[in-house]
Design a protein around this ligand. Structure first.
Ligand code: PXP
Length: 252
């Protein structure tokens, strides 16, 4: 099995709570620092077109703090020229391109790279030329993986929402099929030279089978950890996730 799996903590929903009141707290920056101190390898934030949680100012502050600490910022964003300008300005360590619809509650599916190749590939190139590692958030679909490799992206992030939802709802056969698809996708992606990340909907119960996929190098986890932090504190919630990942992929 390959080496230790990196953990990126997504702090979007700290900003969701802050924005519910329109005040300056809780501060996603503070959450990012606590997560790093508790064992996160990096911080993930999604700047949405409607700015429903993370703001432009948050990205500026996070980028600066993480640069000073030598830790990666993974900026999730839609494939739009507005977001491209922001990413080119802040030069995050990583950019994860995601599909975005205003009416969705969260990122509901993967990018359609197979049909959007001519539009996505130039974005990938500009971001790479600017020094960011580019990842494409896609479903476990062979056509999408093959198309992703042709864009020049170095990384794919597999959408784990289908597996996590099925597992949580006790749909054992469905969860089994979803996990098999993720395993096959990770194998295919690695054979094409892509680094494999995974994320969406992961909790303490679903993290082990995903982290056990040998090609998975990074997990990005948000909603569950921020929710769990209400009951046990963010440092403890992140520390427990770190332990569960390390239990299946021990640091070598
Ligand atoms: N990875 C990507 C690309 C996402 O869009 C999200 C949700 O913002 C996540 C990971 C984290 O998902 P969750 O908040 O369900 O853990």
């Amino acid at each position: 099995m390959s080496k230790r799996v990196r953990l990126g903590v997504n702090i979007d929903h700290v900003a969701t709570i802050r924005n519910a009141r329109g005040v300056s707290y809780p501060d996603p920056m503070r959450a990012a620092i606590v997560a790093l101190d508790a064992g996160a390898d990096g911080v993930t934030a999604h700047l949405r077109e409607d700015r429903r949680h993370i703001s432009d100012a948050d990205i500026a502050r996070l980028a600066e703090m993480l640069r000073e600490r030598g830790k990666p910022l993974n900026l999730e964003m839609a494939v739009t020229s507005e977001m491209l300008d922001i990413a080119l300005h802040h030069k995050p360590h990583a950019v994860c391109l995601v599909p975005e619809r205003r009416e969705e509650r969260t990122t509901e599916g993967g990018l359609d790279v197979a049909h959007g190749h001519n539009w996505i590939a130039p974005f990938v190139q500009k971001l790479k030329d600017n020094g960011s590692r580019v990842s494409l958030f896609i479903g476990a679909n062979p056509l999408q993986i093959e198309a992703a490799s042709r864009t020049g992206a170095e990384v794919i992030e597999l959408h784990t929402g289908g597996f996590c939802d099925a597992a949580r709802e006790g749909q054992a056969e469905n969860a089994h099929q979803e996990l098999k698809a993720l395993q096959a996708a990770a194998t295919q992606a690695a054979s094409l030279g892509l680094e494999v990340h995974a994320g969406h909907g992961i909790d303490y119960d679903t993290v082990a089978p995903i982290a056990a996929i040998p090609q998975v190098a990074e997990l990005n986890i948000g909603h569950f950890l921020i929710g769990e932090a209400i009951f046990r504190g963010l440092a403890d919630a992140v520390g427990e996730m770190r332990r569960r990942i390390d239990a299946v992929r021990p640091p070598s």
